[in-house]
Write a protein that binds this ligand. Structure first.
Ligand code: AR6
Length: 183
């Protein structure tokens, strides 16, 4: 299953590079220092150019680190998107350190920011399942259930919540999780 519509918003699963997504806002899989890194973070900073890095640095200087489960929004530099939401997912420490709640919160906080900024389309990567080692089967269920629950209980400007998944294994885990939620 690759789409599910809740109220007037469609959750859509796609495969590819998030940097190429034509949406109002890209969600970055950031770290607490907004320091850049590999994976999604590296790709977004590389394509977006130094403006994003400068904006991240300003946020950290003002408010300190962005805690796991939180998110902040910046301009998108050279990217076609209007802005970038930098969401910090949990590092996987075995599952007994509030990883599930923290991962859900990273998605919810991102959806709140997109809604507060009146954005109509957002693209998420699979937060925390790369360098942060969150098990994919659990993370995909949490990601999609959190988005579905948010759409059921909140008014939002969002018409599309897209997941841009990088490889077949990740796409299939999300497709299975979406089918469970939609059934
Ligand atoms: N587009 C879409 N998905 C991607 C892309 C891309 N261009 N590149 C990788 N993925 P990760 P995390 C997938 O590591 O686990 C960074 O160094 C990847 O295959 O980007 O939240 C940050 O600075 C995986 O499925 O994010 C942080 O320190 C998923 O995106 C830390 O890694 C997430 O992988 C964050 O780790």
């Amino acid at each position: 299953m690759d789409t599910l519509t809740i109220n007037s918003t469609t959750i859509k699963l796609t495969m590819g590079d998030i940097v190429a997504a034509k949406v109002d806002v890209l969600v970055n899989a950031a770290n607490s220092e907004l320091a850049g890194g590999g994976g999604v973070d590296g790709a977004i900073h590389k394509a977006g150019g130094p403006d994003i890095h400068v904006a991240c640095h300003e946020i950290i200087s003002k408010q300190g680190p962005v805690l796991p489960g939180k998110a902040v929004i910046t301009a998108a530099g050279n990217l076609p998107a209007k802005c970038v939401i930098h969401a910090v997912g949990p590092i996987w420490y075995g599952g007994k350190h509030n990883e599930a709640e923290t991962l859900a919160s990273a998605y919810t906080e991102s959806l709140k920011l997109a809604t507060a900024n009146n954005l109509e389309s957002v693209a998420f990567p699979s937060l925390s399942t790369g360098a942060y080692h969150y098990p994919l089967n659990q993370a995909s269920k949490i990601a999609l259930k959190t988005v579905a629950d948010y759409l059921k209980s909140n008014k939002t400007s969002l018409k599309e919540v897209r997941f841009v998944l990088y490889d077949t294994k990740t796409y299939e885990a999300y497709a299975k999780a979406l089918a469970e939620i939609g059934s």
